[in-house]
Design a protein around this ligand. Structure first.
Ligand SMILES: [Zn+2]
Length: 54
């Protein structure tokens, strides 16, 4: 999961588009849940991935 955008769904049901390769934590804009954690260049996506965007 790198170098690509993903549409993810938080457990609060908020949908958000995130970048698969991130250096910073991405939080849900609704509930502050951590959606993506950076792990040495490769993102660890905690939320449910709905689709990969081209
Ligand atoms: Zn949320």
């Amino acid at each position: 999961m790198t170098g690509q955008f993903y549409r993810v769904k938080c457990k609060c049901s908020n949908e958000q588009v995130i970048f698969g390769k991130t250096a910073t934590e991405v939080k849900c804009s609704e509930c502050e849940e951590v959606l993506v954690k950076p792990t040495g260049g490769r993102a660890d996506v905690k939320a449910t991935v709905l689709e990969a965007l081209q």
